[in-house]
Ligand binder design. Structure first.
Ligand code: PRP
Length: 192
């Protein structure tokens, strides 16, 4: 038996025994990602930005975002140590995969699926800045603004969301559900 499943009306999935409901559907996601891509294309015309995707969660947003960018751009990836299921925010972030791109003098856009406490993005902005790029900005599909503990400037934000557990479209529950094209929240939190 599979551990994730679309149920009935396609508004609901089960994942590891929990029921989730669509929170942001695929059409809204694609519409917003297209807008962000258009904005980035305008802002970075002639600058050939390097997009740095943060593995694993950002891979799907990054892929769609790049398809919406109409100017020359490059891509690379970085992977940080996960906080794990409990999201214990020790504040200590390690790099499991470093970037390969030479970003000194380049225009860098760090691309995340979600900014929660902001510790990962804050670390990444500082880390990228240490390479002396021409500029560094942050793009995130989701921002849990009420949970963010650090002062960070997020230039491109897809959706500001409440402090809810979200899965789908790259975001996981026990490494599962990243493959679903919509974003879901726990059914019990729908009216929270
Ligand atoms: C998630 C997400 C961000 C980070 C955000 O990654 O992709 O990198 O947490 O949280 P923060 O704002 O509190 O730092 P996670 O560690 O779950 O790994 P994953 O991307 O592989 O799912």
């Amino acid at each position: 038996m599979s551990e994730t499943e679309v149920v009935g009306d396609k508004q609901t999935i089960t994942c590891l025994g929990e029921q989730f409901r669509v929170y942001i559907d695929r059409d809204r996601i694609q519409e917003r990602v297209t807008e962000l891509g258009r904005q980035i294309s305008e802002d970075y015309a002639g600058k050939k930005p390097v997009l740095i995707g943060v593995l694993n969660g950002a891979f799907m947003f990054l892929a769609d975002l790049m398809r919406s960018i109409s100017i020359d751009c490059e891509v690379d990836f970085i992977k940080l140590s996960s906080y794990g299921a409990q999201k214990i925010t020790s504040g200590v972030v390690h790099e499991l995969k470093k970037i390969d791109a030479e970003i000194t003098g380049r225009h860098v856009i760090v691309v995340e699926d979600i900014v929660d406490t902001g510790l990962s993005m804050s670390y990444l902005m500082e880390k990228m800045s240490s390479h002396r790029p021409a500029s560094v900005t942050a793009a995130t599909l989701l921002h849990k603004h009420e949970a963010t503990k650090v002062d960070i400037n997020l230039k491109y934000v897809g959706f500001k969301i409440k402090n809810l557990f979200v899965i789908g479209y790259g975001l996981d529950y026990g490494q599962l559900a990243r493959n679903y094209p919509d974003i879901y929240i726990l059914d019990e939190e729908v009216d929270a």
